[in-house]
Design a protein around this ligand. Structure first.
Ligand SMILES: Nc1ncnc2c1ncn2[C@@H]1O[C@H](COP(=O)(O)OP(=O)(O)OP(=O)(O)O)[C@@H](O)[C@H]1O
Ligand SMILES: [Mg+2]
Length: 508
């Protein structure tokens, strides 16, 4: 068999956890091979080993049939292996070209390097694989989807034949995911081989040829994707059946918790990103916001949480005007926020899990008394959240947040915010990067929060999620509220039209 890469019997232990336990993964040349497993199953670790970021404690790696030792990422590059990480590693203020040549083998020759010819080669690669990237654009000016293509270009520029993509679609819009799929197919046509990590079974069905499933560090098996159903792969992954349907009783909403009145907010480009939007979220209901990314969702959330100032209009929480309050005071008044970017706003990566769980409440009783932190109260509070949200890590509450897998970081943030029992919970892309079992669980917890008489504002790019979890759905287009519909009385088609700016009752 013609394998581009074989990883055989790989073991890797971190303090307190065996991340990879005798894992075998064989990548055929010219295939898209999905790697599927729960949060913390060991996927990123395994790929880190293949890319030379970690050394395996045991096991063999073969590239093109030859046994190799991959001591560091430069060795991986030389062997034709490239990787796009779960969290991108680009320099915001540099151009595409500068980022791509940064740290590549040639740039060792110092700055004599010819940016102009590099930029030409990048443009040519971009054309060849249908990437559509402008080599001279600055990273901070391009979308996340484009940034990801830059990461792909970076691999191609270094002549990688084996491309590893760690959850590339978690940050993409549905449209961008389709485009990425087409790009991956182009790459395969040119004889590249791809390892694709994703939690979305739909994508595995659409893009991958084979799928290797791992669970708690061990290989469960490898299947031909065409012959495996989504349900079967999900069951292999979590070891039980997963329900894709969200069970919930009809809402019984009470008084308004959040009242937004003709709210206008400027975006980063200093034009109105949100324009005269009025919306109410009542206690005991979940209001979902549907919209294509960049249509005012971030401005709305940032205005309500206090991260961005408003131009005009009102924001009231339980009847009280909060538009002048600081972020901290809004939090104290009863707003919980599961932020979109868990690295920037969710967690302090160098703090322990215990410290992260009390970021917003450490100054309160019982966590601190007379100005002295009560470590054991903090630890037991954190351990309760860790247990109830199944946050897996090597050393429990004492683990440093950075050492957690991406999905487990996310579960920790969600646990902290729901556990704070806010009157208004703002959940932005709460299940991004979570495995199907965890998604099922988090959806249940959001609904429980609602059933305790709290208000939930859900912002998600996943239409399925908005439809299944929300009671009412508000649709934003170009900063304006296109309409609000009952979730039980609408469908993807109607929402799709509204997201494109067509108001209900109008025809397209
Ligand atoms: N640098 C590290 N130090 C200590 N523990 C680590 C480190 N990296 C990973 N781990 C642990 O190894 C286990 C596997 O983590 P890994 O990141 O490989 O999971 P994953 O399958 O990629 O999960 P996710 O889907 O959430 O990204 C986890 O328990 C994690 O806490
Ligand atoms: Mg990972």
């Amino acid at each position: 068999m013609d394998y581009a890469v074989e990883m055989l019997g790989i073991r890797k232990e971190f303090p307190g956890v065996v991340a990879n336990d005798d894992i075998t993964l064989q990548l055929k040349r010219g295939e898209i091979h999905a790697l599927l497993g729960e949060n913390g199953a060991g996927k990123s670790t395994l790929m880190g080993i293949l890319f030379g970021m970690y050394q395996a404690d045991r096991g063999t790696i073969r590239v093109n049939g030859k046994e190799v030792r991959i001591a560091n990422p430069n060795v991986a590059n030389r062997l034709g292996i490239g990787m796009v990480h779960q969290h991108f590693k680009l320099v915001d203020t540099f151009t595409v070209t500068e980022n791509i040549i940064l740290g590549s083998e040639n740039s060792r020759w110092g700055f004599v390097l010819d940016t102009r010819s590099a930029s030409r080669r990048i443009a040519e690669l971009s054309r060849r694989y249908g990437l559509n990237v402008d080599p001279d654009a600055k990273i901070e000016d391009i979308s996340v989807g484009m940034q990801q293509r830059v990461e792909i270009l970076k691999m191609l520029y270094r002549n990688a034949d084996v491309l590893i993509l760690d959850e590339p679609t978690a940050v993409l819009t549905p449209q961008e995911i389709q485009e990425l799929g087409a790009i991956l197919k182009n790459l395969i046509q040119e004889d590249k081989s791809i390892i694709l990590i994703t939690h979305k079974l739909k994508e595995i069905k659409a893009f991958a040829d084979r799928c290797t499933v791992i669970r708690r560090g061990k290989t469960v098996g490898t299947v031909e994707v065409a012959a495996a159903s989504e349900a079967a792969m999900a069951e292999m992954m979590v070891g039980r059946q997963v329900s894709f349907k969200v069970e919930k009783k009809p809402a019984s909403p009470g008084d308004a918790v959040l009242q937004i009145d003709s709210l206008s907010v400027k975006n980063n480009k200093q034009v109105l990103g949100l324009n005269g939007v009025s919306l109410e979220v009542r206690s005991g209901e979940i209001v979902g916001i549907a919209g294509v990314e960049g249509n005012g969702q971030s401005e709305l959330v940032e205005a309500v949480t206090g991260l961005r100032k408003t131009e005009s209009g009102g924001i009231r929480l339980k009847g009280k005007d909060i538009s002048g309050l600081s972020i901290r005071d809004r939090n104290e008044s009863g707003i919980g926020h599961i932020p979109e970017d868990r690295h920037k706003r969710g967690l302090v990566l160098d703090y322990t899990l215990a410290e992260n769980m009390v970021l917003e409440v450490y100054h309160r009783d019982p966590f601190s008394r007379n100005g002295i932190l009560n470590k054991s109260a903090i630890r037991s509070y954190a351990e309760r959240i860790i247990g109830s949200y199944d946050v897996r890590s090597g050393q429990g509450a004492a683990s440093v947040a950075r050492s957690l897998s991406g999905g487990n970081q996310q579960k920790a943030v969600i646990g902290r915010e729901i556990e704070g029992d806010p009157d208004l919970l703002i959940a932005v892309q709460p299940t991004r990067g979570l495995d199907v079992g965890s998604i099922e669980y988090i959806h249940k917890r959001l609904i429980e929060h609602r059933d305790r008489g709290k208000a939930v504002l859900l912002i998600s790019l996943e239409l399925d999620e908005v439809l299944n979890v929300s009671d009412r759905i508000a649709v934003l287009n170009n900063g304006e509220l296109i309409g609000v519909v009952e979730a039980s009385e609408t469908n993807e088609n109607e929402l799709g039209l509204m997201m494109a700016g067509v108001r209900k009752g109008e025809t397209a």
